[in-house]
Design a protein. Structure first.
Lengths: 280, 361
C-alpha cells in the first residue's frame, strides 16, 4: 500500500468512526422533524391573526381565525357541513368509479395495441392538456345544468392521469416477463391477466391515486353551477351571503378531506400491493 | 437568495408608495372619480340596467353633467353577480355609491360594511315564478322537492323564502340552486330547472314564445309583503369625506326620481330603460296597473322603513344573516331632505305608512 493510499484509508476509517450519532442529538433531530411541518402553518396563522387584529384586510374579506373556528364548530354541530360533504363525496365517488373503469380499460388498450396507440395516443395527449373549465360550455349543452354535468366534469379531470399511467405502465412492461409468458405458451388473455395487469399494477395504482386527487381538485369548479348540496355549492352560497368565514371553513374542509382521501388511498394501495413491497 | 428578497421588498415598497401618493392626489377636497354600482347587467352583459332612478340618471348622463365642471370622472360598474358583487366591491373600497335590492343591502350591512342608506328609489317591485310550459307545477306548494333557480344573496332570495313560506315550505324543502339571471331563464328553456324566481319581465320573452309559463306573480296575487324594495347607498367614509359631493349626487338622484315618477314620461321612460334589453313593451307590462311614483319614490318613508325592518327580521329568521341591526342607525336622510328642499320637491311624492296606505297631510 502506497503512502497516500494509506492516508486515505485512515481518513476514511476516521470518518467512519465519527459517524454514529449521539442519542441526544438524534432525538432533537427527530423532534425537529416533527415540528418542522407545523412551523409554516403556525406562522401563517399568526400572520392571519395579526392581519385581522390590525385590520389590514377588511373583516368581511378575511374574518379572524377565531370567527372561522367558531363557524367550523357551528357548521359541524348543525350537520350542514356533513350534508354538503356527503353531497361532494358522493359526486366524486361516482365520477371516480366511472373514470377508473374507463381509464384503466382505455389505458390497457392503448398499452397493448400498437395500432390503438398510433391512432389514439396523440389525440389523448392533446386532451390531457385541456383544462376542465374549457369543457363547461360543451358539458352544459350535453348535460344541462345538472348533477350529470358536475359528475362529467370531475370524470373528465380524473380520467387523464388514470389513462396516462395505466398506458405507460402496460406499455413499458419488462420484456422478460412477456418472454416467460411465451415460454408457457400463454394465450393473449392469459398474458393480459396473468402478466400485463399484475406487472402494471403499481403504475395503475399511481394513476388512480392522481386521478382521485384530480377529482377532488375539480370538485369546486364542477359544483359552481347548478348544485344545491356540495362543498362547492356551499362556497357559492356563503360568498353570496357575504359569509367569508364559511367560505374559509369550506376551503379548509376541502384540504383536510382531500388529504385524508389520499392517505386512505395509500392504505388501500399497500394492501393490494403488499406482495410487491415484500419483494423489494 | 437574500438579494432577490431585498429586490422584491424594494419593488413592493415602491409600489406601496406609488399607491399612497395616488391616495393623496385624490384627497384635494374632491375625488378624482365617483364609482357607482348597479346590480346586474343588461341582456348579453351590456352595461345598462333599467328600472330605477339611478338607471334614469345613468342613461340620461345627468351625473356626468353635474360633475363635469369639477373634472370628476364618473365610473359606472355593472355587477354581473349583482348585490353580492356590490358588497364585495364595497368591502374592497372599490365602490362609493350603489343602487341595491333589499336583501343584498341587508347582508352587506349585517356583514359589517360601513354603508349608509341615502335614498329609496324602489319599492313594491314585483317578483314572479316561472316553470316550463308543460310543467305539472301549478302552485307554490308544488315546488316541494323541485330544482328551483334562485339568485342567492340578492333581493330575489328574500322574495323566494317569503313566497315559499306562504305555501308552508322552507328553503330546504326545495332544491334551491344558485344561478345568475339570464342563465336561470335559459335553464327554464332547456328544462334543467323545474322553476325559476326572478323579476316578472325576465320571463315575458319565454312566455311569449310558449316556452315558459308564470305560475306566480306577487303583484297579481296582491302579495305586497313579497315584493322587493331597494335603496341608494353610499360608502360612509366617502360621504364623510365629501359631504358636498354627496349632496350634489343626491340632487341628481332626486331629479332622476322625479323624471321617473312623472306619468308624462311613461313611454319615454320605458324606452330609455328598455335599452337594457328588456324592451319597451315588457317594462310597460310590468308597470301595468301601477303608478310610476309609487315604485320610483326616493322617499325614506314609514313604508320603506317597514319593508327594511321586516326584511332584516326575515333575513335573520331564514338564516340569511346571522346578526340583526337597527335600520334607523343605517339611514341618513339628511342628504335626501336637503335635495328635496333645494329642488322644491318636498311634496312631490306621497308618503306611505307601514301598511302601504298614503299618509294624509
Amino acid at each position: 500500500m502506497s503512502e497516500t493510499l494509506k492516508q486515505e484509508y485512515q481518513r476514511d476509517t476516521l470518518k467512519r468512526v465519527k459517524l454514529p450519532n449521539f442519542a441526544g442529538i438524534f432525538s432533537i433531530k427527530k423532534l425537529m422533524n416533527l415540528t418542522i411541518p407545523f412551523i409554516f402553518p403556525l406562522v401563517l396563522l399568526g400572520l392571519w391573526q395579526l392581519a385581522s387584529d390590525k385590520g389590514w384586510i377588511a373583516e368581511q374579506i378575511l374574518p379572524a381565525p377565531a370567527v372561522v373556528y367558531q363557524s367550523f364548530l357551528d357548521l359541524i354541530d348543525s350537520g350542514v357541513l356533513l350534508e354538503h360533504l356527503i353531497g361532494s363525496l358522493t359526486r366524486v365517488g361516482i365520477a371516480f368509479v366511472i373514470a377508473s373503469i374507463l381509464g384503466v380499460g382505455l389505458g390497457i388498450f392503448l398499452g397493448i395495441s400498437r395500432r390503438a396507440e398510433a391512432y389514439i395516443a396523440p389525440l389523448f395527449e392533446v386532451y390531457a392538456q385541456t383544462p376542465v373549465i374549457a369543457w363547461i360550455p360543451i358539458g352544459l349543452l350535453l348535460f344541462g345544468i345538472s348533477e350529470k354535468l358536475a359528475v362529467a366534469l370531475i370524470t373528465i379531470a380524473a380520467i387523464v392521469p388514470i389513462i396516462m399511467n395505466t398506458y405507460k405502465g402496460v406499455r413499458y412492461i419488462s420484456k422478460n416477463y412477456l418472454e416467460i409468458g411465451n415460454v408457457y405458451a400463454f394465450t393473449r388473455w392469459q398474458t393480459i391477466f396473468l402478466i400485463v395487469i399484475p406487472a402494471a399494477l403499481p403504475s395503475i395504482f399511481n394513476g388512480l391515486r392522481y386521478g382521485l386527487t384530480q377529482a377532488w381538485l375539480t370538485l369546486v369548479a364542477a359544483e359552481l353551477v347548478g348544485i344545491d348540496r356540495g362543498i362547492g355549492a356551499m362556497i357559492v352560497e356563503a360568498r353570496n351571503l357575504f359569509q367569508l368565514d364559511i367560505v374559509l371553513v369550506a376551503i379548509i374542509t376541502l384540504g383536510i378531506v382531500g388529504l385524508v382521501l389520499d392517505k386512505l388511498f395509500v392504505l388501500v394501495e399497500r394492501r393490494f400491493l403488499h406482495w410487491q413491497r415484500r419483494g423489494l | 437568495m437574500k438579494k432577490t428578497i431585498l429586490k422584491f421588498l424594494s419593488v413592493f415598497i415602491a409600489g406601496l408608495s406609488i399607491l399612497s401618493s395616488l391616495q393623496v392626489q385624490a384627497d384635494e377636497g374632491k375625488p378624482v372619480v365617483i364609482r357607482i354600482g348597479f346590480p346586474g347587467t343588461g341582456t348579453g352583459n351590456r352595461p345598462i340596467v333599467g328600472g330605477s332612478p339611478l338607471s334614469t340618471a345613468h342613461l340620461k348622463g345627468w351625473v356626468e353633467e353635474e360633475f363635469k365642471k369639477d373634472g370628476i370622472k364618473i365610473e359606472w360598474n355593472h355587477f354581473k353577480f349583482a348585490g353580492p358583487g356590490i358588497n364585495e366591491a364595497f368591502a374592497n373600497k372599490l365602490l362609493d355609491f350603489s343602487y341595491e335590492g333589499d336583501l343584498a343591502m341587508i347582508i352587506g350591512k349585517a356583514g359589517g360594511l360601513n354603508t349608509k342608506v341615502l335614498a329609496g328609489g324602489g319599492v313594491r317591485i314585483p317578483v314572479a315564478i316561472a316553470v316550463p310550459n308543460d310543467s305539472p307545477i301549478k302552485t307554490l306548494a308544488d315546488l316541494k322537492g323541485k330544482r328551483f333557480a334562485v339568485q342567492k344573496g340578492t333581493a330575489i332570495q328574500l322574495a323566494e323564502v317569503r313566497a315559499l313560506a306562504k305555501a308552508g315550505l322552507e328553503d330546504k324543502d326545495v332544491r334551491a340552486v344558485n344561478i345568475l339571471g339570464a342563465n336561470a331563464t335559459d335553464a327554464l328553456q332547456t328544462k334543467d330547472m323545474d322553476a325559476v324566481i326572478s323579476i316578472p319581465y325576465s320571463f315575458y320573452p319565454l312566455r311569449d314564445r310558449g316556452v315558459a309559463k308564470i305560475i306566480y306573480d306577487s303583484q297579481k296575487s296582491g302579495d305586497t309583503d313579497i315584493a322587493i324594495a331597494g335603496g341608494f347607498i353610499g360608502d360612509d367614509a366617502f360621504i364623510k369625506k365629501y359631504p358636498d359631493i354627496t349632496k350634489r349626487l343626491l340632487k341628481v338622484f332626486v331629479k332622476a326620481a322625479q323624471y321617473s315618477s312623472d306619468e308624462a314620461n311613461r313611454n319615454e321612460l320605458f324606452k330609455l330603460w328598455g335599452q337594457d334589453g328588456t324592451g319597451f313593451q315588457y317594462y310597460r307590462e310590468v308597470y301595468n296597473g301601477a303608478t310610476l311614483a309609487e315604485r320610483q319614490t326616493p322617499l325614506l318613508d314609514e313604508y320603506w322603513f317597514g319593508r327594511f325592518k321586516d326584511g332584516i327580521a326575515d333575513a335573520k329568521k331564514y338564516k340569511l344573516i346571522r346578526k340583526d341591526f337597527d335600520v334607523n342607525g343605517w339611514v341618513d336622510k339628511s342628504y335626501l331632505e336637503a335635495a328635496l328642499k333645494e329642488l322644491s320637491l318636498e311634496n312631490n311624492w306621497t308618503a306611505y305608512s307601514y301598511d302601504g296606505k298614503p299618509i294624509k297631510h
